[in-house]
Design a protein around this ligand. Structure first.
Ligand code: NDP
Ligand code: SSN
Length: 292
């Protein structure tokens, strides 16, 4: 099977590499061209523009940073729309809002192509290991055709109905995750400042009702102050912002998520946007009294 892949950041690189390793023919494109090199070493070919990739491949997947990037790659000159036509499928796996996804879907289908949104749960390591959770919505026939690729990239795929439902599900999940990360950061700091060993807190949390993979994975590195990016903080803040907008639209009060968003914004203002989202811990760590 031949697929195109647009966007070779942390996630796109791992996902396209997995497709290559499992025998797919992959044509890649990335705005910063040099990021294609490693994929080429593993057998990928490079398309000069998104349009060139779409013209070459029956199916094209995108994994881009945010709504602005997802829209630019489709609508700008030599973008996806310049290559799409009947018989071709476009699958956007970026985390965006439902309005962005709907705009892209309408443009693709107007030109005769088919569209699926398919954002993912799971980060760098699950992407490398083919263990993502895929939250697809849009054209059911394209979903079924994409299953061989989804089965390589993920451990479970959901089909959630019309375009927008995948984007919304992803934003709800990441809103919960971002709120949890802030509560966890405060807990680590509270343990430390009140004379407890944060490592013991991790052991206690892991044995109780709120044990979860995120605390288990991120706790030890947060205590070390190691924020090597798996999920960049700027993207988590984008997801909180988009989830809060969804809350506005549906009149859902979300005071916890709003506070978490402020903490991520604070972290960005501290220059932590490209660090892992767990670096939000630094927003509570920095307020420790200098005498302590
Ligand atoms: N990292 C994670 O754990 C997860 C991330 N996600 C989501 O997946 C998406 C990608 O995340 P991730 O790989 O971490 O992000 P990265 O920041 O590592 O990569 C972003 C990609 O988007 C491209 N890009 C940004 N702006 C533009 C633009 N204007 N035009 C064209 N290309 C652009 C970048 O190109 P360039 O290299 O040129 O900058 C790069 O390929 C995001 O929506 C994120 O929220 C979802 C699940 C987990
Ligand atoms: O969008 C990023 C999600 C990260 C994760 O699910 O671990």
């Amino acid at each position: 099977m031949e697929v195109g892949f647009l966007g070779l950041g942390i996630m796109g690189k791992a996902m396209s590499m997995n497709l290559l390793k499992h025998g797919f023919k992959v044509t890649v494109w990335n705005r910063t061209l040099s990021k294609c090199d490693e994929l080429v070493e593993h057998g990928a070919t490079v398309g000069e523009t998104p349009a060139a990739v779409v013209k070459k491949c029956k199916y094209t997947i995108a994994m881009l940073s945010d709504p602005a990037a997802a829209l630019a790659v489709v609508f700008e000159k030599d973008g996806v729309l310049d290559g799409i036509c009947s018989g071709k499928g476009y699958i956007d796996m970026s985390t965006v809002d439902d309005e962005t996804s709907t705009k892209i879907s309408e443009a693709i289908t107007t030109k005769g192509g088919s569209f699926l949104e398919a954002p993912v749960s799971g980060s760098k390591k699950p992407a490398e290991d083919g263990q993502l959770v895929i939250l697809a919505a849009g054209e059911k026939a394209l979903y079924e055709e994409a299953i061989p690729a989804f089965d390589i990239m993920g451990k479970k795929s959901f089909f959630l109905g019309p375009v927008g439902n995948g984007a919304k599900m992803k934003l709800v999940v990441n809103m919960v995750m971002g709120s949890m990360m802030n509560a966890f950061s405060e807990g680590l700091e509270l343990a430390d400042k009140s004379g407890l060993d944060p490592q013991t807190l991790l052991a206690v949390l892991d044995l109780g009702a709120i044990s979860n993979p995120m605390f288990r994975l991120k706790g030890p590195t947060m205590i070390q102050g190691n924020y090597s990016p798996a999920f960049p903080l700027k993207h988590q803040q984008k997801d909180m912002r988009l989830a809060l907008a969804l809350g506005d639209e549906n009149a859902v009060p979300m005071p916890v998520a709003a506070a978490a968003n402020e903490a991520f914004k604070k972290a960005r203002s501290m220059g932590l946007g490209d660090k892992d989202f767990s670096a939000v811990y630094e927003t509570v760590r920095q307020f420790k009294p200098s005498s302590s």
